[in-house]
Ligand binder design. Structure first.
Ligand SMILES: [Fe+2]
Length: 261
């Protein structure tokens, strides 16, 4: 059961971290499933940085259980109530970040945008952390707080297809769409992330000794494919229960930080 403060934070920041939601037995089963997957389909020799596997939920039952039996899906459903969420693109993503990968992303993207392809949006991204990412440079996801509202503003001004030519990267527009400074998301094994689809995010670096593992679930309210444009112009279209707690003032991102003279 989410608190009002948590619902308010999701509405303002576009994401919410739920610490320790997934029990160790669910995590261990998901680990074993990923171990088998990585053994069956290892990354090519010499791979560093992000490396992904996309499989249907039916082929990753333990990963799917980590979403459903932990309460993560129920918590996500509370954000979209009275709507319910289901898998949007019939996959679960196993995302690895293989060291050494020194990298700091400068700007965010949103998923599902490619030139000359239909927009492939969804409602909410959920994630189950299998590794420790409680300090930076461990493969952490980077997030741009409030940028779901920044993207909403951008689509209202420039149209819902504005980010297709730049593959979802507002910073590449002319003039650039600035979403403020990003930050690495610090999380522990067993934590759950719930993020609005329009939240700008990116892949971080990994200079730790360990390959980082996370499970991503792209979830949608049924019928999303028919109303996606509405959800770009009004970020709460599929989150009616958050209207009461959403910020009233417009999103104004902090300006870029200039290096000291
Ligand atoms: Fe992404």
């Amino acid at each position: 059961m989410l608190t009002d403060a948590q619902r308010r934070r999701f509405a303002a920041d576009g994401f919410l971290l739920l610490p320790g939601l997934v029990d160790e037995d669910l995590l261990a089963a998901a680990d074993a499933e990923v171990d088998a997957l990585v053994e069956r389909a290892p990354a090519p020799e010499g791979t560093v940085g992000p490396h992904f596997h996309f499989l249907p939920p039916g082929e990753l039952p333990a990963a799917d259980a980590a979403l459903r039996r932990s309460g993560a899906l129920a918590a996500a459903d509370e954000l979209v109530a009275p709507n319910h969420l289901e898998h949007a693109h019939d996959h679960i993503q196993v995302a690895l970040n293989i060291p050494p990968f020194p990298h700091r992303p400068g700007a965010p993207h949103i998923d599902g945008h490619r030139p000359d392809e239909p927009v492939a949006s969804f409602t909410l991204l959920a994630a189950v952390f299998l590794s420790d990412e409680s300090t930076p440079d461990r493969g952490n996801l980077w997030v741009w707080p409030g940028s779901h509202r920044g993207h909403e503003q951008l689509f209202r001004e420039r149209g819902v297809e504005a980010l297709k030519p730049v593959s979802g990267q507002a910073i590449l527009l002319d003039p650039p769409g600035w979403m403020g400074p990003g930050e690495p998301l610090l999380a522990r094994r067993g934590d759950v992330l719930l993020a609005h689809y329009l939240l700008g995010h990116n892949i971080g670096g990994n200079t730790s000794p360990e390959t980082r593992r996370i499970l991503y679930y792209r979830l949608a309210v049924p019928g999303h494919a028919e109303r996606w444009a509405d959800t770009f112009l009004d970020a709460l279209t599929e989150y009616p229960a958050l209207r009461d707690v959403a910020p009233e003032e417009p999103f104004v991102p902090p300006p870029p930080q200039r290096p000291a003279q």
